[in-house]
Design a binder for this molecule. Sequence first.
Ligand SMILES: [Zn+2]
Length: 297
Amino acid sequence: MRKIKLIYIVGTGHSGSTLLDLIIGSSPEVFSVGELYFYSVYRNKEQPDEVQRTFICTCKKAFDECSFWRDINQKGDFKIKLRFSKKEVIKVMLYVLLPFLTPKPVNSFDDTHILLEEIYRKARQVKPELVYILDSSKSFVRLFYLLQIPDIEVYPILLVRDGRGVINSRLRMGQKMGFFSATLQWVLNSLIAKRLIKHNPRAIHISYNLFCQQPGEYIRMLNQKLNIHISEEAFIEDVAKTEYHNIDGNIIKFKGITEIRCDERWKEELSFFKRFMATILLYPFNTLLVKRDSLRK
Ligand SMILES: [Zn+2]
């Protein structure tokens, strides 16, 4: 059986993953499903967190009325894991941080591998030149397990945005977390994800801040590394023309893209104390993960 090729965006929420997902998904060889780890949430209309979801697909139809997902849902009762227990998260962190521990290959950790087969079959009808499915779930635990599954060939993309911007976005959205836990979460997420892809020849690391400055150069790199065809000149128009059926993600999936601009609102919105603390605490990590990436070493 051929392996499913899966592009996977890993990182922290509020790092521009929906934007990158839409841009990569505008290539004729890529079909994006958005944040696939919310599949069961959408299918069963669950509300797992403080975000009140309306379960609308990017095609603007309700998830259970969208023809793309309705056909797939009829194929089986796929269960996709959204949350992992603290024990599982710690286990994965240890595997990633301690290289002498070698994880055993697993055939499955949920139904992702069989769901991907159905998605691939259906997506070929939308995009005849299909090569990759794109999942922008972001969770490093999910990526860790996906990398163990022999039937899936994963192409990880680590996306990191300046931690100060991420923290401000999360606090602004009213997420139930304090400044310091948001800071710690960004650091841990980014470092572990970076470590997880360190020796992976298929992996790409993109700084969202650098991407916003020169999107054309990054699109060229993605096209070369993945052998896909995102338009360097007309990707904004292509995103508007592409048929998407993304699960969850940021509101821009409905509005579309008009320009690429880095959100620097943290400079005004964070208090002096938080701005000062975040700048000092995050300095080494921003230098390592945001000021350089696969394109700017
Ligand atoms: Zn749809």
